[in-house]
Design a protein around this ligand. Sequence first.
Ligand SMILES: C[S@@+](CC[C@H](N)C(=O)[O-])C[C@H]1O[C@@H](n2cnc3c(N)ncnc32)[C@H](O)[C@@H]1O
Length: 531
Amino acid sequence: MADNQKYTAEEKARHAARVKEREARKKERQKQKKALTKQAAPAPKAPATNGGHKTYDASLLKRARNVGGPPYEAFLKYLPHDCTEQQVTRFFAGCGALEKAPRILKDRATGRVIRGFVTFSEESGLQNALQKDGHKLGGRNVSVTVATTHGTAQQDGTHTPAMASEVVEVLGARNSNGVFVDGTFGRGGHSREILKALGPSGRLHGFDVDEDAIKAGKELERQDSRFTIHRAPFSQMLKHLGDKVQGVLLDVGISSPQLDGGRGFRPEVEGPVDMRFDATDASETALQYLVRASRQELAAALEAFGGERPAHARRIADAVALAKEEDPTLQSMTTSKLAQLASAAKGHREYQQMHPAKMTFQALRVAVNREFAELRDGLQAATEACGLNGAVAVLTWKHAECAVVVDFQASNALAERDAPLLKYSSGVTDSWGVVVDQARRPTDAELRRNSRARSAVLHVHRKSRGTRLSDLEAKAGAALNWAPHIIPVPAEVRAGCDRWGAGAGKKKKKRDETPEERKARKKAKKARRKE
Ligand SMILES: C[S@@+](CC[C@H](N)C(=O)[O-])C[C@H]1O[C@@H](n2cnc3c(N)ncnc32)[C@H](O)[C@@H]1O
C-alpha cells in the first residue's frame, strides 16, 4: 500500500492544519523579531556616560529579560575555549562597572570554556555590553545576550531559605503563640521567617548537627528569647521537646555554606573526601566509607542514594575497587581525584550541565550521614511530636528523598470515606494518622531570586485521628488469609515523585555549539527528513 493510503482523509486534514499553524507561528515569530530589531536600533547619539556605546530601549531590555530590575547580567556564548576571566573583563572594559568578576563555565569533560555570565552594577552597563554582541574575542564572534536563565549567586557563608513564605503559611505560624520546630536549622533562614511571623509568646526549637549551624543558632538564641537551639539530630527531637507542637519543618539535605565550604561535598571544589554534617564526631568519613564498603555495597548505594544508573553505578564501584587494589587505604584520594575517577568510569558523560561525578558525591553524602534513615525516623518523630491538626512540612531536593516522604505519608494515611477496605473496620480502633496536602514547588518569581531552589518540593501532612489504612489492611488480610503483597514500594513511589522531581517539566537545554556546527546539524536533520 502506498504511504499516503495509510492515512484517512481526516488525519490528512489534521496534518495539513498543523503544518499551516506551524507556518503561521513561524511567520509571526519572524515578524516580532523584525519589530524588536527595529525597536532595538541604537539611539542616534550615545550619552557621554556610555563611553561612546549605543543604547538599547530600556523597555525592550526589560521585556527581553522578563524581570524588572537587577541583576544586570549578560549571557555569553561562543567564547574562546581557553578564555580567562581577565580576557572577558578586558572585552567589556568601558561598558560600565562590573558587580563581580565574570563567571566562566567550562565543559567538565573537556575542560573547554563554553559559556559565561557578566554582571554589571547598572543597567547602562548591560546595555553597553549588548552592543558587543558578535564582536571578536580570541578569534571567535562572541554572542552577548541578556541573561534569562542565569544562576543566582549565593554569598559565601549564607543560605537563602527555599519557599519560606509557603512554609510559614502551611505551618500556621502567623500570629500563633504555639510551639514550632525547625529540625534543620542550617543558617536559620526558615527559623527567622517563622520567628518574624510568630506571636509574642510563640516558641521555636531549632535542631542541627553541624558545628557552624549551632554557632549561628546560639547567636539567634541571644537575639530572640522565643528561640532555643539543640545540637541533636532531628530524629531525636522528642527527647528535647516538652509540650505537643503545632508544626515541624524539615528542610533536608545540605546548606549552601556546607556545600561551598571545602568539606568534600562538591566534585568541583578540591578538598578531603569527608562529607560529614557533624565534622567533630568520630563517625565515618566518606573516604573511610569508600575504603570499607564492598564493590556491591558501593554500587547499590550509588544507585539508591545518588540516583546513578545501574550500569554507571557498577562501573564507578569497580573503578574504586581497582584503585583500592593499588592503595587499599586510598590515602591520596581527594575530591578532584574521586571526581576524575567517577567521571572516567562513566565515560565522562552526563545529561545537561551536571558534573558526571555529582551523583556519586550525593550518594556518598547520603550514606555517610545516614540521611534516608534519619529522614524516616525524623518523619515519625515529627509527626509524634505534633498535637492533633499539627503540620509536618518537608522540603526535599531529590527524587529519592521525595520517595521516602511519600512512602511515609502513604504508610500512615487514614482511610478516606469510600476506602474499599472499610468493609473490615469493625473492631479496628481509631488512632493517629496523616492527611496529606498537595505538594508544592517554588514560584517562578522565587526561582528568579534564588535559582538554587529549583528542585525544591514542599510536602505537607497534618496529624489527624481516624481509621488507619494499614490497620484495615492487616484486618482484611487476616480475615481473608491473604499473603502479603510483594511490591517494590520505593520504585512505585519514585515513579509517582517524578511528577514533581527536579527534572519534571524542564525544557531540554540547547546544545552548546558554534554557528557552523548548528548550521551543519540543521542541514543533516533536513537531509534525514528528506530520506
Ligand atoms: C538544607 S539545610 C537547612 C537550611 C535552613 N533551612 C536555612 O534556611 O538556613 C539542612 C541542614 O540540616 C542539617 N541536618 C542534616 N541532617 C540533619 C539531622 N539528621 N538532624 C539535624 N540536622 C540535620 C544540616 O547540617 C544542614 O545544616
